[in-house]
Every structure is written in C-alpha cells, then in structure tokens.
Design a protein around this ligand. Sequence first.
Ligand SMILES: [Zn+2]
Length: 691
Amino acid sequence: MSKNPQRFTITAALPYTNGPIHIGHLAGVYVPADIYSRFLRMQGHDVAFVCGSDEHGVPITIKAKKEGVSPQDVVDKYNSIIKKSFEEFGVSFDNYSRTSGKTHHDTASAFFKKMYEDGKFIEESTEQLYDAEANQFLADRFVTGTCPKCGNEEAYGDQCESCGTSLNATDLINPKSAITGAVPTLKETKHWFLPLDQYEDWLKEWILKGHKADWKSNVYGQVKSWIDDGLRARAVTRDLDWGIPVPVEGGDGKVLYVWFDAPIGYISSTKEWAEREGKDWEPYWKDENTKLVHFIGKDNIVFHCIIFPVMLKAHGNYILPENVPANEFLNLEGKKLSTSKNWAVWLHEYLEDFPGQQDVLRYVLTANAPETKDNDFTWKDFQARNNNELVAIFGNFINRVIVLTNKYYDGIVPEPGNYTEVDERTIAELKAYPAVIASSIEKYRFREAQGELMNLARLGNKYLADEEPWKQIKTDEERVKTIMYVALQIASALSIISEPFLPFTSEKLKRMLNQSGESMENTPDWDIIGTKEALLPAGHKVGKAELLFSKIEDEQMEKQLEKLQATKAANEMENQKAEPQKDIATFEDFTKMDLRVGTIVEAEKMPKTKKLLVLKVDTGIDQRTIVSGIAEHFKPEDIIGKKVTVLVNLAPRKLRGVESEGMILMTENAEGKLVFVNPDEDGVKSGATIN
Ligand SMILES: [Zn+2]
C-alpha cells in the first residue's frame, strides 16, 4: 500500500456513439487509461475512473436521418455495443455513463446557467449558414467545404480532419449542405460564445510555463501552436433539436454545442458513481489535492487542453487537469483506421475470432502503443508477439514452474537451501522490477512499463533454462528445491505486476498459484515484491497448471488478412463510382488549354507544409517552378526524371510565397493514392503538345 494515498480522477475520452469501437480507440485511450487506473488502485490510491457515451451532436442526427430512425435509436444501439466491448476487454471503469441521461442533462444545464449568470459568455447575433431547402441552420458537420488553411476539400464545419484545424462553418470555402447538397445562404441567428481569447494569458501561464516539463511533447507542442496562432471566441450553442436545450431566455430551438456538454459528462459520470457508492463527488473535482488526468487521442487535444480548462476556470471552483497524456494514432496494416471505410479491427468481431484472448490484444496494442508517434498494427506483428513473447516466454515459464512443482513436490512450495550467486542475483533483479515499472507508469510510458514486465518473465525463463531443474533432479535433489523456490517467487511477482496490463492472465495466474483472497495469510502486493523475500512461502500449495496463452497459427492470420482484403476490394468498388460528367466544353474551350509533356528535374518539400512539393519542370519551352500538393504521396527523390502532363498556360499563382506556373495533371488510384497522368511511351519528349 502506498504510504501516501492520494485522490485521482481519471477520465477516458467519451466515445462518440455513432458506431462500435475498434483497436485504435483501445490503443489510443482505453488500455493506457485502464493500466494507469488499475496501477493506482493497487498502490492504495483513491481512484474514480470515469467514462460514458457521447450521445449528442450533428453526426448522430445525420446517421439517424440516413437510417430513417431517431437519434435516440442510434445512440441506444451503439451505447450498448460499446459498453459491452469495454466490459469484455476488462476496462475497469468505476462508472460508464451516457450524456443523454438525466444526471448529465441537469449537470450540463446548470454548468451553462452558472456561466451565463456570471457573465462569462458573449451574446452575439451572427450570420450562420442556412439550408433553405431543409429549413435548417448548418452547424458543424452539416456543412462541408474547403479548409482555408490546408485546402482539403472535404473539411467539416467544425474541424478539418486533414490538418486538425478547428473551424467555424462560415470559415469554409465553397460550403455545401450535407443534408441536401445545396449551397447554403447566410441567415441571422443568436448564439453564446466562450471568449477563449480572454484566457490566452492565463493559458500561457498555466500550460506553456507551468507544464513545459511534465506534459508530453506532442501535447505541449500542439497546445503551443494553438495559443501562438491566437485564440478566438467559440460558439457554445447550436441551432439544432438534438442535445441539451439552452436553459436561458432566447434559447428556444437551440442546444448546447456537443463539445461544451461532452466534457461535463466526466463530472456527471463521477456524480452517478459517487451517488451509487454513497460518496461525495465534489472532492473528486474541486479539491486541490485531487489529481485530474484526461486520457484522449490527439484529435481531442484542443478540447481537453484549452476549451474544457477554460470552461472549468470560467465556471470557478473546479480543479484543472494535472496531465493530458494524449496518444497519436494507430494505423492498421499501413493505412489510417477508418470507421466509415470499415478499415478497422472491431472489438466485438475480434472476440468472435479470438475468444478469451483479450489480453493478447491488450498486450500487442500496448507493445505498439502510439505514445509518441503514429504506429502501425499488423496481424504479422500480432502473431509474432503472441507466439514469441506471451507463449514462448511468459506462458512457457509459468507452465514449467507449475508443472514441475506439482511433479516433484505435489504442488507444495519447497524449503530452499543456501543461495548460489546466481540465485542471489536473480532475487535482487526481481526485487528491482516493481519500482522500475511503477516509475514508467507514473510517467505515462506504458509501452516501456510493459516491456519491463516481459523482461521479468524473461528473467524467470532464463533462470530455469540455465539451472535446468529437470536435469539436476537426477543428481542433486536439494539444489532443485532452491531453484523451484526462486522460480515460484518470480511466478508470484508476475501474477501481481501483470495485473494492470493483462488483467485476465493475472487473475488466472493468481488462481493457479492459489494466491488470491483467503488462501493466504498475507496476499502479496506490488510493494511487498521489492521488500519481502517470500511471496509464496515454503509449505504453500499451488494449484494445477492451465494454459495461459496459446499459439496463433498462420491460417488464423490469413483469415484476418482476407477479411481486410475484402474490405479493401469493397472500398475500391465504392471509389470507382465515376463522378458525373461536367458541363459541355466547346472545342474552343479545350484548345485554350495548353497541355504539354514535361519532365520533373528538381523536387523538394515546401518547408513547414505537409502536402506541398516545389518542383522544377522542364516543359520544353522553359524550366519553371510548379508547386504541387502531392508531398504525402511521393518522396521528392523518387519523382525526379519523371515525365508528367502539364497545363502550362494556367494563370500563375502564389502558394506560400512561391509562384507556381502551371499545374501537373494527377488522378487517383482505387486506394485513393495520387498517381501521375503519365505519358510514359518511349520517345515522347518534353514540350510535346497534348491534343
Ligand atoms: Zn485543413
């Protein structure tokens, strides 16, 4: 038990309830949050680990419209699927709530009202995009258009998913209604705004100065760039009929913006839990000594590091997050996970194919966690980590220890003799692990922590392989007693330290070692491993061996890859739907365009951009600079010497200060990768006209 118990409020991002959850969610948010919470509880801390379904907002209403059901039907369906997945994977929430519930509606409503009464909002009538055909204002995802920052043509009215910029719907270039496809008009409406700009100095002080050392660099960097860009007032209400009604005069027909109400869901979830447990919820959110930690993915950084803290600060009386250890994204077989494209491993489907193997997925996702950069999940790596680590090291060691203890001593822990130097060293190494692993977890380095857990299993496995009790039993029975005693202590330590990472395995192992509950006078815990020698004392009886992990065969992996292949094929079919023909162009229109064959002679990345390459192209007429948005698809060195099709008489324009004279013709392949429209026949020379 910790000498210094503390109170922790741990939140995990509220999953948005318009689909089931997949491995990316688990890896990015829920497994790390669960490891952390389980670890804290094992240290004797007072922990409230809360989450819940985020059930408001525009995408849910769009999905409901598409499926001809009510938004409530949509969230009921996915809330139960998501909740079940969390339970099945051992995510140990103290409470899992829903933002459509009454406690949350009351809490969020009161939160808004208090801020309103304290004059924390700016009230403003502004012109908002309006779809006259649908008779509806177009907030957030009801409108798509071109991102003013990066040029992505499919940016949403609240955010560009390509560059991460948070947007107002009216920022979009060429906006289009997602309901009818109509070009929206502007119509006046009144809303309440949170003046983020008024909190800039405070945010600089609190985050940029105060958390420079302890927040992850990916989180700190994103927050800094937001603040450096300058913050603007943000509307916290919407013209919508699905959500929490705006509880003040003039709020008819309006609801709280989903991003205003959702984080308050952490508070309402804590309230629900406290009420059920007969506790007071307030210290978990209002006591300065409580540590509040938000686990989220990188797409939520702005909301948890800027907007929600400003809300808490403006409301008053609330504590602020001590840390926001956001992860980057997980990819699947080299491609971005996507709910809409079904490019995912869904948790409920995983369990159909790998029943009882939750810990294998938890293990692989932590081993590969996108803690500092985007990472890739592959089935090959999944198989290798299971077979070479969980089965061959962890499982093998435990199996040998328990089988041999049963075989030689009828399952009774033997009395050890004198230790050899190897025994001494092994015990000393064992004792060091709990502190090392704890220190990694406390720094939110779960991948490193789990790596050390596997190293402890390696220590045990190597000890047995070197000492060979199965050989020594024939010549030195006394020595074997000591070997098995030492090995049993390592097995016991593994059963404890594995709990945050592999909760199902830990439980099974404790049962096998007969180490749980009333069976022992002193049930060993985390801290005892480092201080006390005997975790399993001589004379203690262990149970029979059960299989902890089983080998995953090639055929199982092939089945998974075939499944993904089928998804890929389906997506390709979808993408092949040709766009409708444009308006008729006359022959004269066509001849106005001067298309030539060109050769790329130089290529380099435009500094500080993700998408742009600066190319020098030999057009036959001259060598000129063309800026092309293809940097995410080609490396500069790979395209030098390539023949391309160039529109040479396109009016020059400046991109990021570089004048671009012409355009290179591109198309997209079935997987959405850009490819050159490419005159590759032998003997085609730069400057040749195309007609
Ligand atoms: Zn963008």
